[in-house]
Design a protein around this ligand. Structure first.
Ligand code: COA
Length: 184
């Protein structure tokens, strides 16, 4: 069984995080942005997913989420291309929402490129809906951004999603949380 470790991003992770960022987005974030989010922004929750093998571990997904009172905004989220289409994105997002629910976050927002089918499918699966469009939002190709919103973050529903993703009979996997909130 594969084990993923869900934990806070730290400064030592930035190189691996930037590799994923560069492989995933036309306009990756600069190093200082990650440093700022990790070290200086109290509203920021920067997360990584680490895969642990027998002898080595590697970061396979990263995200930065801003928590403001009872709302979360996903600033960036990506899975390393070698690990996509294996439900890692869904599992990682479920962990992010699980942590958010423990901080009494009620709503979650994000922007996504209109053409980004994988991301839209992932968000739809969690109940995100489109609630607006930012016209020509992306500077590289002037593509529109869809604004998506999860209106009510339900802790029990997230726990049940996390459990079913872990117990998927085709591909069982386990998530370990950095904090005390592991569950079976
Ligand atoms: C979006 C992203 C995080 C999804 O991660 P992933 O691990 O590949 O996603 P999952 O395997 O968990 O699949 C999530 C859903 O998307 C679907 N999906 C995955 N890749 C897809 C693709 N290329 N085309 C269409 N659907 C796709 C899956 O079938 C699944 O849907 P289902 O639950 O109905 O079966 C990943 O593609 C990525 O990092 N993309 C680049 C960065 C990015 O676009 N981030 C989002 C910014 S808003």
């Amino acid at each position: 069984m594969q084990t993923y470790y869900f934990r806070k991003m730290n400064v030592e992770d930035i190189e691996a995080v930037q590799e994923i960022d560069g492989l995933s987005f036309a306009n990756p974030w600069p190093t200082h942005s990650y440093e700022f989010e990790i070290l200086k922004n109290d509203n920021s929750r920067a997360w990584v997913f680490e895969e642990k093998g027998d002898s080595e571990k590697r970061i396979i997904a990263m995200a930065v989420v801003w928590h403001i009172i009872d709302e979360a905004h996903i600033g960036t989220i990506a899975v390393h291309p070698n690990f996509r289409k294996e439900s890692v994105g869904k599992l990682f997002l479920a962990c992010i929402l699980y942590e958010a629910a423990f901080e009494n976050i009620e709503k979650c927002f994000l922007e996504v490129r209109e053409s980004n089918l994988a991301a839209k499918k992932m968000y739809n699966g969690f109940g995100f809906i489109v609630d607006g469009v930012r016209k020509r939002y992306y500077s590289d190709n002037h593509e529109d951004a869809l604004m998506m919103c999860l209106e009510k973050l339900d802790k029990e529903e997230i726990i049940s999603t996390l459990k079913s993703l872990q117990n998927n009979s085709n591909c069982p996997r386990e998530v370990n949380f950095e904090h005390h909130r592991n569950f079976k």
